[in-house]
Design a protein. Structure first.
Length: 110
């Protein structure tokens, strides 16, 4: 779930090439919530910075709504910029956008 269409295309291609089945995409926080509720994915890759509500709020709402997806946050910023907020609400981990790989996501979601 990312507001940058190009990043979504690249992430989808990369993850599918490495064995993940991508079941959906969203370009904002509200759309991400709706997609996660409808599609019930095992993993949600979620940008921290979304145009309507940020990834932290999306993760919180998913957890409060009983969604069992493993949430992995991503950003162009460094992990240290966010502090302990990254690991609240059942978030499994963080992957910088420039280090995205299926292996990294799979490791966080085990």
């Amino acid at each position: 779930m990312d507001d940058d269409r190009r990043f979504r295309e690249i992430a989808r291609a990369l993850l599918e090439a490495e064995g993940f089945v991508v079941v959906g995409e969203a370009d904002g926080g509200e759309a991400a919530l709706a997609a996660a509720r409808e599609l019930e994915p095992d993993v949600v890759l979620l940008d921290v910075h979304l145009p309507d509500i940020d990834g932290f709020v999306v993760a919180e709402k998913l957890a409060a709504g009983g969604n069992r997806a493993a949430v992995v946050l991503t950003s162009t910023r460094d992990e240290s910029d966010f502090g302990p907020a990254l690991y609240r609400n059942g978030v499994r981990g963080f992957v910088p956008k420039n280090e995205l790989s299926a292996e990294r996501i799979a490791t966080l979601c085990r």
